[in-house]
Ligand binder design. Structure first.
Ligand SMILES: *[C@@H]1O[C@H](CO)[C@@H](O)[C@H](O)[C@H]1NC(C)=O
Ligand SMILES: *[C@@H]1O[C@H](CO)[C@@H](O)[C@H](O)[C@H]1NC(C)=O
Ligand SMILES: *[C@@H]1O[C@H](CO)[C@@H](O)[C@H](O)[C@H]1NC(C)=O
Length: 180
């Protein structure tokens, strides 16, 4: 039993040091990660194009109020861009590249926005808000639990099927992040 306890202690120390090395060796990455409320930013920023989206306006775009619509694929525009990333608790999230202003989203001024599900809609929410149901890309579809993007409505607004029985896919293009 003594031997077993010893092994446990040794492996715990080894486990800690694996994580301590990159933490000490990469201060810039640490600072960047902590600046976004515990979100570890992913390497690739993307634009998502709805399969079967509004012809000529298929790219998912964040409006000033944080809602998502199909619009032209202006891939260099921050409001089209998201970065698949990881939350502090290890959840897959989509970090929204654009910023928001006090006129439309006072709750998002100076905050990092992630795509969240509020029970009916997928839209930009504070990444650090408690109890957020995050939306992520799963198998090429936007999903949050059982809910998925089901397409768009007649106003080109993204629609959600909370049961996940009708889901549409998106294709992605990797882009250079634009200024927020
Ligand atoms: C995130 O939220 C926690 C509590 O919910 C708070 O303590 C922390 O300061 C917040 N971090 C940022 C960067 O807003
Ligand atoms: C969810 O977001 C949509 C779009 O902004 C809004 O119309 C709706 O009232 C919100 N629902 C809840 C429960 O907050
Ligand atoms: C922009 O992105 C969309 C999909 O995300 C892609 O279909 C299109 O080819 C891209 N356009 C350019 C010019 O890269």
């Amino acid at each position: 039993m003594k031997g077993f306890t010893h092994i446990l202690v040794v492996s715990f120390v080894a486990f800690r040091s694996v994580f301590a090395i990159p933490a000490k060796g990469n201060k810039a990455a640490n600072a960047a990660a902590s600046a976004v409320a515990g979100i570890t930013r992913g390497a690739s920023t993307i634009v998502m194009k709805e399969v079967g989206g509004v012809p000529g306006n298929e790219c998912l775009t964040f409006r000033n109020n944080g809602e998502i619509v199909d619009a032209a694929c202006v891939n260099t525009s921050a409001d089209r861009q998201v970065t698949p990333s990881t939350s502090a608790s290890g959840a897959d999230v989509l970090l929204v590249q654009r910023s928001f202003d006090a006129g439309f989203r006072p709750d998002l001024v100076g905050k990092q926005a992630c795509v969240g599900f509020n029970g009916t809609d997928f839209k930009a929410v504070d990444c650090n808000a408690s109890g957020t149901q995050f939306v992520s890309l799963v198998g090429g579809q936007l999903k949050s639990g059982t809910a998925c993007q089901s397409g768009h409505d007649s106003a080109a607004q993204l629609t959600v099927d909370s049961s996940g029985s009708k889901c549409v896919g998106v294709t992605i293009t990797t882009v250079t992040p634009a200024a927020p």
